[in-house]
Design a protein around this ligand. Structure first.
Ligand SMILES: N[C@@H](CCSC[C@H]1O[C@@H](n2cnc3c(=O)[nH]cnc32)[C@H](O)[C@@H]1O)C(=O)O
Ligand SMILES: [Zn+2]
Length: 446
């Protein structure tokens, strides 16, 4: 007897498959296990050998691929608003690091769950995270149902500290890399060249090569950082990372705001992926990354929010729209970063930046079933001349209704299915006192 294949059918009122393929009329998406096997116009018609075991009829929804946030520090949600209106180095050294010194495992767990809740509400299905006590972060994201690329942030000048961090990173890779059917990936996370001396960077690259994992790092975020390395080493931070051998392994470099022409060539030659974080770069006064030059030279770029303490939210719709408009303004060119490019940055190219296989970040056959459903009855889609334009230039997180990851509903009607949101809110308020070092009897919150 011929083997029958159990499939799930999702019918929606419209869909954006990728930056080139858009349906403004009802489509059916056929899922088998965690993946999309087929997508087509109109209602589903039975195929030989297929047995429909579940049918989700959602004609009041528009399907888009889940958004991919390629750079951040999830648990920094607990530090949101704790140090605004300061440049990067003052912000980090005088405000953030002292509070992070009081961080506990509990802070990372609940801060990460808070981040997951916020990211689901704004249609994100996968994100990158570099932080501390990452086993707690991994447990938190595992429960949420989302995908993540996780790294222990590595910094330090003392060789004993460095050795301990490498040992921890090795154990973290062994425990979590590829866990939960690949939902959790691990990379090594040297924080930046200004916190990791060059020999440490080389050791990190050696370990990543040995373990077969990638690297994420902050590079050339501010002009001051670049000037410091040029003065001390005669090289830019990107040039130094290359000399340290970092780019022998797949690398995701955050910011690259002050990348030179030669730096862009280095990034391209080693297929270094770049995380563009326009809102964080604006808020910290770091500058504006040369996105047009990166893309025209063929560098893979994705979009990120960075941590909630320098953004101050994790809304990828804001980042998407900012990427689409900012570069038009600074270049006085309305054709810069068109809607399709911005959409790819937030989806397909972001997935590539996170080292995911081809097809991730789209709704094409073979892609994982990571789908965000938007409210088709939102004013942003009435009328609709161009659905891709509506999503990039008009829609927002408020239009997000449901989120599916690997074929599982992780948010339904704006309620995460696996997160206890009331508890998250309670713990976040409680843990603020741990981080600030105060006990706040007078802190009235409701
Ligand atoms: N500081 C840690 C390791 C780094 S975890 C990642 C770090 O990146 C910090 N961070 C957040 N946003 C940025 C940014 O925009 N640039 C540089 N560092 C950042 C964040 O506060 C956190 O300390 C240690 O002592 O081992
Ligand atoms: Zn960062």
């Amino acid at each position: 007897m011929k083997q029958e294949r159990a499939v799930t059918v999702l019918e929606v009122g419209g869909a954006i498959v990728d930056r080139e393929t858009v349906y403004r009329q009802p489509v059916h998406i056929v899922l088998e296990g965690p993946s999309i096997v087929r997508l087509g116009e109109g209602a589903y018609a039975a195929q030989p050998g297929e047995v429909v075991v579940r049918r989700w009829r959602k004609l009041d929804r528009i399907a888009i691929p889940g958004l991919v946030n390629v750079h951040g520090h999830a648990a920094m949600t607990l530090l949101r608003g704790a140090g605004d209106d300061l440049p990067l180095m003052v912000w980090l050294q005088e405000r953030i690091f002292p509070m992070e010194a009081r961080l506990t495992r509990e802070c990372v767990y609940w801060g990460t769950q808070l981040a997951c809740w916020e990211m689901l509400l704004s249609g994100t299905t996968a994100y990158a995270d570099m932080y501390m006590m990452m086993d707690a972060a991994a447990e938190a994201v595992a429960e949420s149902g989302m995908r993540a690329l996780l790294s222990i942030g590595l910094a330090g000048t003392d060789p004993a500290v460095q050795a301990e961090k490498l040992r921890e990173s090795r154990a973290f890779v062994q425990a979590w890399h590829g866990a939960l059917d690949g939902r959790i990936q691990v990379a090594l996370g040297p924080h930046a060249p200004y916190t990791c001396p060059e020999p440490f960077l080389t050791q990190i690259a050696d370990l990543a090569a040995e373990l077969g994992v990638g690297i994420q790092i902050h590079l050339s975020e501010t002009r001051g950082e670049v000037d410091q390395f040029l003065a001390q080493e005669g090289l830019t931070p990107i040039g130094l990372a290359e000399r340290a051998g970092l780019f022998r392994v797949p690398t995701l470099a955050a910011h690259c705001v002050h990348a030179t022409q030669n730096d862009i060539e280095i990034l391209r030659a080693h297929d270094v992926r770049v995380a563009h974080n326009p809102q964080s770069n604006l808020k910290l006064g770091s500058g504006i990354m040369p996105l047009g030059q990166m893309l025209s030279r063929g560098v893979t770029v994705g979009l990120g929010t960075d941590g909630a303490a320098s953004n101050n939210n994790l809304d990828m719709f804001e980042e998407l729209r900012l990427a689409a408009t900012l570069h038009k303004g600074v270049n006085e060119d309305a054709t810069a970063v068109d809607a399709a490019t911005a959409f790819a940055l937030a989806t397909e190219w972001g997935a590539r930046a996170l080292f995911m296989p081809e097809g991730f970040g789209t709704l094409r056959p073979g892609a994982p079933c990571d789908i965000v459903l938007l409210d088709a009855h939102s004013p942003h889609f009435a009328p609709s001349h161009d659905l891709l334009s509506d999503v990039v230039y008009a829609a927002g997180a408020d239009d997000v209704r449901d989120v599916i990851v690997a074929g599982e509903w992780v948010m339904q009607n704006r309620e995460p299915t696996a997160l206890d949101t009331e508890r998250i809110r309670y713990e976040a308020r409680r843990l603020k006192d741990v981080l600030t070092g105060h006990t706040s009897s007078s802190n009235v919150e409701s």
